[in-house]
Design a protein around this ligand. Structure first.
Ligand code: HEC
Length: 144
């Protein structure tokens, strides 16, 4: 009897999870995107341009963006530990720091150097940053 109740409960839980997941994913009436051709595709092109044009526009937008804007976009990944406004959290407060300090710190972490006791947390983060990324982040952090 107990096994039967457990099985019934497990089934109910599974169904509830399935229904929630299905609603969250919105797969019931997802629009068909793979049958846009002819007039539909012409309209899409007129509104968005070709893939090559979209890529060029994105490149131009990135080239036109200021270092602080580019740094701001990168800082999204830092905000989890340093706070959206750089006020600190898991990582130290950054919003009082100038660009030179941030550049020096990030470059050191990128070279796997130990600065504080928790430097290892920054090694992985800094490893993925280019010199240009570091400059942009430093400019943005100084503006905080
Ligand atoms: C997983 C959490 C985490 C993430 C993500 C993270 N940091 Fe850090 N950060 C830390 C910790 C912890 C320290 C202190 C490290 C130490 O002890 O040397 C630190 C230190 C720093 C320092 C030196 C601060 C000081 O006062 O010496 C700078 C600058 C810095 N982080 C910038 C960044 C930037 C820019 C990003 C995003 C690209 C970033 N961090 C992402 C946790 C993080």
């Amino acid at each position: 009897m107990k096994a039967l109740i457990n099985t019934a409960l497990a089934t109910v839980v599974a169904v509830v999870i399935f229904v929630i997941a299905r609603n969250t994913l919105e797969i019931q009436d997802r629009p068909q995107v793979n049958n846009c051709f002819g007039e539909c595709y012409a309209t899409y092109l007129a509104e968005n341009g070709t893939i090559a044009e979209q890529a060029r526009a994105a490149r131009e937008a990135a080239a036109a963006a200021s270092p602080a804007d580019l740094g701001k976009a990168l800082f999204v990944t830092c905000a989890a530990c340093h706070g959206a406004d750089g006020a600190g959290g898991i990582g130290p407060q950054l919003n009082a720091r100038d660009a030179a300090f941030v550049t020096q710190a990030l470059t050191a972490y990128k070279n796997n150097e130990t600065r504080g006791a928790q430097s290892a947390m920054m090694w992985g983060v800094a490893a993925g940053l280019s010199d240009a990324d570091i400059e942009n982040l430093a400019t943005f952090v100084e503006s905080l």
